[in-house]
Design a protein around this ligand. Structure first.
Ligand SMILES: CC(C)(COP(=O)(O)OP(=O)(O)OC[C@H]1O[C@@H](n2cnc3c(N)ncnc32)[C@H](O)[C@@H]1OP(=O)(O)O)[C@@H](O)C(=O)NCCC(=O)NCCSC(=O)CCC(=O)c1ccccc1C(=O)O
Length: 344
């Protein structure tokens, strides 16, 4: 080995030895070596090159997998929720939206979609909420898409008799939500339900999850995000297979295709989802917000740039430089921007 490289390895070993001499009684960590890293089974948040917890892991410890204590909210936007369950975790920034029509495999009506939309709007407005879970009631389905029994000519028909495809607005609402949205999927995620999970930022799947597009079998298709977002997630060939053949795929196949982030046993689904949410909640909310905007902007054209641009303005409004302009206007004087450096 080159002598300089050998010296560096020596220094590194000293650091590691120093770490091992640390007193007991610090954050207790589960052993990391030998645990699954992220794509299968219960995951740890810390991979390590040395087999020992890193300095970050020593400070933060493992993320809690304890059950959340949920507070149920029955009325949102002055409307009683009938087809959706809405909850917030007590003492932590997690909101949960559950499609609550298990007898129909959580198929959605225009009313279900409206209720989901009200809940997402509430979660967006609530500064205590940092991450939102979207799920379906029961172990059999996340969502089976549009309720075919209320499908009329021109869309899905609610009690007002008007045909709607309002799930398309919900897709955009999830896409533009400045907080991460996590799909927690047990059972079927098919048709429009499959598209909803694809619109979420992350998907945690139970080992009984089944994914697929049924549209071509029942005379429907989504030529918007449902096709284009899918192609970006899994590639053109696979997306064409998924839509043209309308087959079903199990959780492991979905993992292999890049449709989901991880697969866990059904019994661990909520614990795993909560752990991922808590791990994100440890991180900078602004970093997550801007990253989501940036990832969207790369694909959403002008609308994406508008979202990212809005985040830039939000940050600029919080700066001294931005405030100098406003203050000068209010004080009826020319702004003095000279003290703000033009960094390279
Ligand atoms: C999901 C199944 C594979 C589950 O099968 P299984 O476990 O055997 O249960 P079942 O016995 O079939 O179902 C129990 C019960 O639920 C009823 N049901 C299930 N899904 C639906 C549904 N989508 N609509 C209405 N009813 C449903 C089922 O009939 C049973 O009731 P009984 O009274 O007991 O008979 C399987 O159920 C299944 O294949 N379901 C249909 C899946 C489907 O085709 N969904 C619609 C796809 S099309 C779509 O979602 C378009 C949505 C949309 O609005 C849209 C439009 C345009 C652009 C974009 C979109 C968009 O969504 O993005």
């Amino acid at each position: 080995m080159d002598p300089r490289a050998s010296r560096r390895v020596g220094v590194l070993s000293q650091h590691l030895l120093a770490g091992s001499a640390e007193p007991a009684g610090e954050v207790e960590l589960q052993p990391l070596a030998g645990r699954a890293s992220s794509s299968q089974g219960a995951s740890t948040s810390y991979a390590t090159a040395t087999g020992r917890p890193s300095s970050y892991a020593r400070v933060h410890g493992e993320v809690s997998r304890a059950p959340a204590r949920w507070r149920r909210i029955d009325t949102v936007a002055k409307e009683q929720l009938r087809e959706v369950k809405y909850e917030k975790a007590i003492g932590e920034g997690i909101a949960k939206v559950t499609i609550n029509r298990p007898e129909k495999r959580n198929a959605f009506t225009p009313r279900t979609v409206m209720e989901m939309s009200w809940c997402f709007a509430d979660a967006r407005e609530d500064p205590a909420v940092g991450v939102i879970i979207l799920t379906g009631e029961g172990p059999l389905a996340f969502c089976s898409g549009g309720d075919q029994s209320v499908r009329g000519a021109g869309g899905y028909v609610g009690s007002d008799g008007i045909p709607r495809l309002n799930v398309l607005d919900l897709q955009i609402q999830i896409r533009r939500m400045p907080k991460p949205v996590v799909a927690q999927v047990a059972g079927y995620a098919v048709g429009g339900g499959h598209i909803l999970h694809m619109m979420c930022d992350l998907t945690i799947a139970a080992d009984n999850a089944v994914f697929g597009q049924t549209g071509p079998k029942v005379g429907s298709f989504d030529a918007g995000y449902g096709s284009t977002q899918m192609a970006r997630l899994i590639g053109q060939k696979k997306a064409r297979e998924m839509w043209f053949l309308a087959r079903m795929y199990d959780a492991q196949q979905a993992l292999g295709m890049g449709l989901v982030n991880t697969v866990v046993p059904l019994a661990e689904l909520e614990a795993e989802t909560l752990a991922w949410c808590r791990e994100m909640l440890r991180n900078s909310p602004t970093a997550l917000r801007v990253l989501k905007s940036a990832l969207n902007a790369a694909e959403d054209g002008q609308a994406g740039i508008q979202q990212l641009g809005g985040d830039a303005t939000l940050l600029f409004y919080q700066s001294e430089e931005g405030n100098e302009g406003r203050q000068a206007y209010l004080e009826k004087r020319p702004p003095d921007f000279s003290r703000f450096k033009r960094l390279p």
